[in-house]
Ligand binder design. Sequence first.
Ligand SMILES: [Zn+2]
Length: 236
Amino acid sequence: MRALAAALRLLYPRVCPFCGDAIPLGQRVCPKCTLQSHRISDTINHKGVLEAQGETLPYAEGDIAPFWYQGPVRRAITAYKFSARLGAAEVLAAHMADTCRAVLPLEEIEGVVCVPGRPRQRRERGFGHSELLAQHLARELDIPYLKGALVKLFDTPYQHRLGLPARRENLLGAFEVADRAAVRGKTLLLCDDIVTTGGTAAECAKMLRVRGCERVYFCAAAAAGKERNREANGKL
Ligand SMILES: [Zn+2]
């Protein structure tokens, strides 16, 4: 069987989920797309990736991410979102799961919810990228995925095009818990693809708490904060 598997791999080599190149045996991505050099340390994650950058994530107990959003990580996530390389979700979710296992009290977490995407984008791309990540993460961690628990009621202007004060206002009332019974009294893991200032995650965490959720932890695939270069340069 092993010989057959090896022969099949020669005929049909596994391809990198981010760029489509063939990948070496035993690797999840090709050498060009390796993400390890942009990993966020567990020490930073224990503090919280936002707190490490002088920000906070109100309504959440912890905010973590396996990677800084730069270099190959940035290219990988862009390929995932805009070129519909759906296999990338599995790889990113596996890294998110590793960080969750290292940092969070997983035995307390009863459900995974995702930051809802923009309804129009989902229609155009045919998939919700944060939803797909959340589903894979839930499977990796063996925690139930609460599909559609949070919904976005209307499309809002893009956060990155707004100044800081406008960002918070932009999201007010944009999210709602669709199934209150599913979140009441629970400790949940909220997840998204990228976290910048945490405005969107905070608004989602707030709605979950307002609707009776006991505790919220947050995990993104990558953190795009202004201080992201500092850890790489040994200053954080
Ligand atoms: Zn690649």
